[in-house]
Design a protein. Sequence first.
Length: 302
Amino acid sequence: MPEFFYTTAANNPARDYRHFTATPVAGSLGAEVTDINLNQLSAEGQAELRQALMNHQVLFIRDQQLSPSQLEAVTQRFGEFGKEPYVKTMADHPHLVHVVKEAREGSPIIFGGAWHTDWTFQERPPAFTLLYGHDVPASGGDTLYANMYLAYEWLSPAMKKMLHSLRGIHSPESAYGPNSRHNAGLENMKILYGESVDDEVRCHPLVTRHPETGRSVLFANPAYTLGIEGMKPEESRPILDYLFSVASATTFTCRMRWAPGTLAIWDNRCIWHLPLSDYHGARREMFRSTVVGETPVQANQP
């Protein structure tokens, strides 16, 4: 019998905030944020917004008017820009990625269209990603998010003990290496792929300590975690497949419906995301930035 996954609303409770309203969207993670203007946010409001992000892991901030320059300014309030490999950034805004799919494109392939955490093969993967919806389909194009705190907490004590001593091998091989021909379907984005990515392979702990909350996190994802250090592929694959099945359990996810003027901000250190390709034939235009994070640190044994 398949596992019966569950969680409770206590994992993502409603909280009172002074500078905006935040309404939880699921018992797992996520909050809709309203009554806020990011272009006029005070220092106290910014600190409270960051705390809300720690509380809910991903925020869906509605009704914002953000030019590329204003998105850059909002991003820098969270920290330094991250590095954007394998995708060409905007000429006038070198820290922004123009994520666009035109209605006339021949392929349903979309940018980032698999469960992942951004750029985990980097020495310092992004702490945060900001994605602004400028032009979105009337329906479709939602984004899913999954809570890696809950995925870790679901595991048995014996599994947790084993994982705490292991390191995952992170590589862009599947996404951008020599055999990643799916990128040819991204007709209106400049994706750099097809070359050797051997110099971008790194190992990170499978269980990390979140640097702001102190909580233990399952730090592995299907797009970039291709093995476990010191193990044969035949040994590591069953372990990773089980972890991915737990982490993607619907109970541990939430779903965001885009609208023009929505800014999503999420914490890559503790969640996955998945953009859905279900709007082929419609136009979708977004602007994306990242904030550099810390080198992942192994969590203490439970």
